[in-house]
Write a protein that binds this ligand. Structure first.
Ligand SMILES: C[S@@+](CC[C@H](N)C(=O)[O-])C[C@H]1O[C@@H](n2cnc3c(N)ncnc32)[C@H](O)[C@@H]1O
Length: 274
């Protein structure tokens, strides 16, 4: 059994490390760990350990492109948004009794948008918040209404035109990328949408790229507490605030604020790009 030469091994290690730095991805992190084990094996010189480490490294290198395609964390969660019946969703999203609808004023006050800001409403849905951001950022500002659903963005484009909201730009994004220009926005607003992200790390890294230095993310999502939350939330929302916060921190953000008691069933947290 021949081990590849040390330079070859170093090249492989460099390749894995460069991928890791380019875009954060837990599976690439695992590859890096395997490569590090292999490094230790070289240093320690244990033949069995070296053989296993080599095997693991080779398997990891050959499957790297597949591993890099992070799997959906909640397959099927966006089925109803594939060709949505927009009027039905207006009834669902823009109705009294919905926590974020009932607390729009409080949410808008807490966001503290300023004229000239560039804001992205990621997972804009029927445009409930997009339309209200528009006058707050004013003619020198911009609101990107970002959604995976073309039906929703078309509806937002139509209503923005009807209401003369000229600073709204719609973006049909990908399930793993918000498709915004780099360094283009001051704030990303994610309301009742994070739990719909099927590729949260990739999506959050795309948001990180789209934010200007020091740019911020506001996350509103459902409180999900085992034994407390109702069956629908426990089934529909894949995880609670702690898990989502960890994923966002791991994507290159720090938490800078939380508005406790702003909402009844949801939390409001603010992060800053590092
Ligand atoms: C529950 S709705 C919330 C709509 C809106 N934010 C509101 O609060 O009224 C979730 C929205 O997220 C969109 N969505 C799902 N996955 C997305 C992704 N990866 N990127 C952007 N939008 C996404 C869906 O199409 C849907 O419009």
């Amino acid at each position: 059994m021949h081990l590849p030469s040390l330079p070859l091994h170093c090249l492989a290690l460099k390749h894995i490390r460069s991928q890791h730095l380019d875009s954060f991805n837990p599976s690439l992190h695992n590859q890096r760990c395997v490569a590090d084990i292999y490094s230790i094996a070289y240093i320690k010189g244990h033949s069995m350990f070296r053989f296993t480490a080599l095997l693991l490294t080779l398997i990891t290198l050959t499957t790297a492109p597949l591993l890099a395609q992070e799997k959906s964390v909640k397959p099927g969660i966006n089925k109803s948004f594939e060709s949505p019946d927009v009027p039905k969703f207006i009834e669902r999203f823009e109705r009294e009794g919905r926590d974020v609808f009932d607390h729009q004023k409080e949410i808008l006050a807490a966001l503290a948008l300023k004229p000239g800001m560039k804001v992205a409403d990621v997972g804009a849905g029927t445009g409930l918040f997009t339309r209200q951001f528009s006058p707050r950022v004013g003619p020198c500002g911009k609101v990107y209404a970002v959604d995976i659903s073309e039906e929703f963005t078309s509806h937002i484009k139509k209503t923005a035109k009807e209401q003369g909201l000229t600073n709204i730009q719609t973006v049909v994004c990908k399930p793993d990328s918000v498709e915004l220009p780099p360094n283009s926005v001051d704030l990303v607003f994610i309301c009742d949408t994070y739990h719909h992200f099927e590729y949260p790390y990739k999506t959050m890294r795309s948001i990180h790229r789209a934010l200007k230095p020091g740019g911020e993310v506001v996350l509103i999502d459902f409180q999900r507490i085992e034994g407390v939350s109702d069956e629908w939330i426990l089934g529909h929302v894949r995880a609670g605030q702690e898990v989502f916060t960890k994923e966002i921190l791991d994507s290159g953000f720090v938490q800078i604020d939380e508005k406790l008691d702003l909402l009844d069933e949801s939390y409001f947290v603010r992060f800053r790009k590092q």
